[in-house]
Write a protein of this length. Structure first.
Length: 455
């Protein structure tokens, strides 16, 4: 098992020496094993670990038991432990979501916001296994889904990594036994109330009577499906780029694509414009593209329309007025509604700053040219993010991140006399990145945090 996990990490470039990894730990066998492996199984990488645990308050005393178990385990390992307690049942009712969906969204939001406190390069590790992936494939196949849904759980997505995704749950439990690891068991895992549990308890075991290596066989199927989906998606990206024109997308170019490519290109167009790519919306877009005229509602206040052979997205809301704000140190609330503490400090004080409980951005103050100013983005603004190694326009970055149209005008751009040096929500330009020769640092510390009770 250990060698397989090492291969998974190496082949997918999940981890590098000195990385900070935020590990999602429920207290169950999978996550306890993952924490143990990252803490002791990769000494050459000198990883810096932190743990996230969410108490969903769904199982009363048992939920509190799990929380205390994780806190005790982290104390024994001298690993920082971040805990969020939330009444998921009440939150799900409030948001009109299922409890599982609501809990998952809450967990990942907490994971991401915690990771952000450790810097832009911090990773998030979850303990999903090959068994989880096989169950996901069968579950989605039964409910109905497209090719992307059949690809299962990805090994890497953004800063999220899943080192155990190519080993089975049985292998993980053997690892726990071999290393004397204690863990807790969620009593709901045996309940037939949840569809996923029924897949685990009844369907997968039946498949193993036909093929004892059913999980490994399904893994090969998943790999083949992922390769096909990746090719189709890349082809759709090129098709959408070719169709890109002033004000939208060329209808003739989109209509000429095969349905598999056209549908994916339209899904990407929806994402670029901050719209959920629901099946009925894609079908509606196809209709007006093929007809070369028409207008459909995509969301409250947002429309898609074909005008003069161009598919364009437009909103009913008036654009956010252009703004300019003089740069100053201290507490400053930007038009997005987010407050930042802005300071200029010696490089030697950075250790104290990064250990505080804030999201932050750090610039080399002496690389800044002329006066600084916060303003709204302008056409042609671009940013070179150090971790990406490429320069992209802000329009392109906003499109890739799916920033809704109505929010883009609220995001602040910090500029010097050369151009953008920092963009709210995206980071620092490579031109003003700190280095070993940095003397003074400009620090922007985000001053908000997750709602909920942290312990």
């Amino acid at each position: 098992m250990i060698e397989q996990v090492r291969r998974t990490i190496k082949q997918n470039e999940m981890l590098h020496k000195g990385d900070t990894v935020v590990v999602g730990v429920s207290g169950g066998a999978d996550s306890v094993a993952l924490l143990h492996f990252l803490n002791s199984g990769l000494p050459e990488l000198r990883l810096k670990l932190a743990v996230c645990h969410v108490n969903h308050q769904l199982r009363g005393a048992e939920s509190d038991r799990d929380m205390r178990f994780v806190q005790t385990l982290c104390a024994e390992l001298s690993v920082p432990c971040h805990v969020l307690s939330c009444d998921v049942r009440a939150l799900a009712r409030e948001q009109r979501l299922g409890e599982e969906e609501c809990g998952r969204a809450l967990r990942y939001r907490f994971f991401h916001e915690t990771a952000a406190k450790y810097g832009e390069t911090a990773k998030i590790a979850t303990a999903h296994t090959l068994s989880d992936n096989a169950e996901t494939l069968l579950f989605r196949l039964a409910r109905g889904t497209g090719l992307k849904g059949l690809c299962g759980i990805p090994l890497v997505r953004g800063r999220i990594i899943r080192p155990f995704l190519e080993i089975t749950r049985e292998q993980v439990e053997d690892y726990c036994a071999a290393n004397g690891l204690q863990y807790v068991t969620d009593s709901t895992n045996t309940s037939d109330e949840y569809a996923r549990n029924r897949v685990r308890k009844y369907i997968l075991p039946q498949l193993k009577t036909l093929n004892p290596s059913a999980e490994q066989s399904l893994a090969r199927t998943l790999a083949a499906l992922r390769a096909d989906e990746e090719y189709l998606t890349q082809t759709a990206v090129r098709a959408l780029c070719d169709a890109d024109t002033d004000g939208g997308y060329n209808v003739q170019a989109l209509a000429a694509q095969p349905p598999a490519i056209r549908d994916r290109a339209l899904m990407l167009a929806c994402r670029e414009n901050g719209v959920a790519a629901e099946r009925e919306k894609i079908e509606g877009l196809c209709q007006i593209i093929l007809a070369k005229y028409g207008k459909i509602s995509m969301a409250a206040g947002l429309w898609a329309e074909v005008r003069k052979d161009v598919l364009c997205f437009s909103g009913d809301q008036a654009p956010f007025p252009f703004f300019k704000l003089p740069f100053r140190t201290g507490l400053l609330t930007l038009p997005s509604g987010v407050a930042y503490n802005i300071t200029i400090v010696p490089h030697t004080e950075l250790v104290e700053i990064v250990n505080k409980n804030f999201s932050f951005a750090i610039l080399d103050y002496d690389k800044i040219k002329g006066k600084l100013m916060f303003r709204q983005r302008r056409g042609g603004d671009a940013l070179s993010l150090p971790q990406r190694g490429v320069t992209k326009t802000l329009k392109k970055l906003f499109n890739e991140a799916g920033v809704p149209l109505e929010q883009r005008g609220r995001l602040a751009v910090l500029c010097d006399e050369v151009g953008p040096v920092w963009v709210e929500g995206f980071g620092v330009d490579k031109r003003v990145q700190c280095s070993g020769s940095t003397i003074r640092c400009l620090v922007l510390r985000r001053n908000d945090c997750l709602k909920g009770n942290r312990q």
